[in-house]
Design a binder for this molecule. Structure first.
Ligand SMILES: Nc1ncnc2c1ncn2[C@@H]1O[C@H](COP(=O)(O)OP(=O)(O)O)[C@@H](O)[C@H]1O
Ligand SMILES: NC(=O)OP(=O)(O)O
Length: 316
């Protein structure tokens, strides 16, 4: 079988207008990414797709809260909001890839696996929410919302505004990993661990139960990459390259860096938590296990990046 490449699509890379995008707008963004993934499949790569849901799960949660506030409808728990985004975004990627393959005469089938991801109920991240979800607000808007909802926590997100944060426990295991492997081995392009997977905890009698949180899809993708023995991990996001001194006058885009250099940049705080840091930590974890290379880039640079003509490459 060809070497396996796992491509993670950032949730923010599918949003253009901070919560005012329609579902059709998101589908168009998905279709643009599908063109780039189809290029890779056409070039002979065996591809697994994962995706984020940070903006979308926050929009869903807010819709549910507003429906509760104004119409008394029961709220949708955060874990179910996440499951809804996994189905909704998975459906769009599945349809966009299926159509793109059909148009190009590529003989590949696509399947989305609803994926539960095990976390620990004792994970310290439940007490320290760090995962930004939903829209970006100004400082004034966030302070106004906090008056009404004192329990909400906001953080500044990479110079883009203020966002609500929710707990983000670390993924331990992928419950449906055998189904995912079987589909990959049967030649499917598989979409899995959407939104980082649906967070579940395992009880003593080996049953699972959903828990309110949003798993970082970069960590879940890195775990999946290990479990399916992927060779390359590609993380697509809103920037073409990772930078040091991001957003400062001396910003420098990185083309190729070693694991050691990357660790040094982490120590120097070049990567903020909740945005670039999880991508870097997930990349390092993938390379320290069985992975060979990591590429971080934007969706439109995918094809050039895999040929080393774009993106940031982290190598062993
Ligand atoms: N050092 C950095 N280099 C490049 N981008 C950075 C850096 N630090 C923060 N960012 C920001 O982080 C964003 C990626 O995080 P985010 O949008 O949360 O991810 P996702 O695409 O998975 O939703 C980039 O688009 C960029 O705006
Ligand atoms: N769940 C998750 O990590 O989503 P984003 O990639 O959209 O932040």
């Amino acid at each position: 079988m060809e070497k396996l490449v796992i491509v993670a699509i950032g949730g923010n890379s599918l949003v253009r207008d901070n919560g005012r995008d329609t579902i059709q707008d998101q589908y168009e963004a998905v279709c643009e990414t599908a063109v780039n993934i189809a290029d890779m499949v056409e070039a002979g790569y065996n591809v697994v797709v994962t995706h984020g849901n940070g903006p979308q799960v926050g929009f869903g949660l807010r819709r549910s809260e507003i429906a509760n506030e104004i119409a008394g409808m029961p709220e949708v728990p955060l874990v179910n909001c996440g499951a809804d985004t996994q189905g909704g975004i998975g459906y769009q990627i599945q349809q966009a890839l299926t159509n793109e393959f059909a148009q190009r005469g590529i003989n590949k089938k696509v399947a989305t696996v609803i994926t539960q991801v095990e976390v620990s109920k004792d994970d310290p991240n439940f007490k320290n929410p760090t995962k930004p979800v939903g829209a970006f607000y100004t400082l004034e808007q966030s302070e106004e919302m906090k008056k009404e909802h004192p329990d909400w926590i906001f953080i500044e997100d990479s110079g883009r505004g203020y966002r609500r944060v929710v707990p983000s426990p670390k993924p331990i295991d992928i419950v449906e990993k055998d189904a995912i492997k079987t589909l990959i081995n049967s030649g499917f392009v598989v979409i899995a661990v959407g939104g980082g997977g649906i967070p579940v905890v395992k009880s003593d009698n080996n049953t699972y139960q959903g828990i309110d949180a949003v798993i970082d899809k970069d960590f879940a993708t890195s775990l999946l990459a290990d479990q399916v023995n992927a060779e390359t991990l590609i993380i697509t996001t809103g920037v073409s390259r990772v930078c040091i001194n991001f957003g400062k006058p001396n910003q420098l885009a990185l083309e190729k860096i070693s694991v050691e250099e990357t660790k040094q940049y982490v120590l120097e705080n070049h990567f903020p938590p909740g945005s670039m840091l999880p991508k870097i930590e997930a990349s390092l974890s993938f390379l320290e296990n069985n992975g060979t290379r990591v590429i971080i880039t934007n969706p439109e640079s995918l094809k050039d990046a895999i040929n080393e003509n774009a993106g940031t490459h982290i190598v062993k």
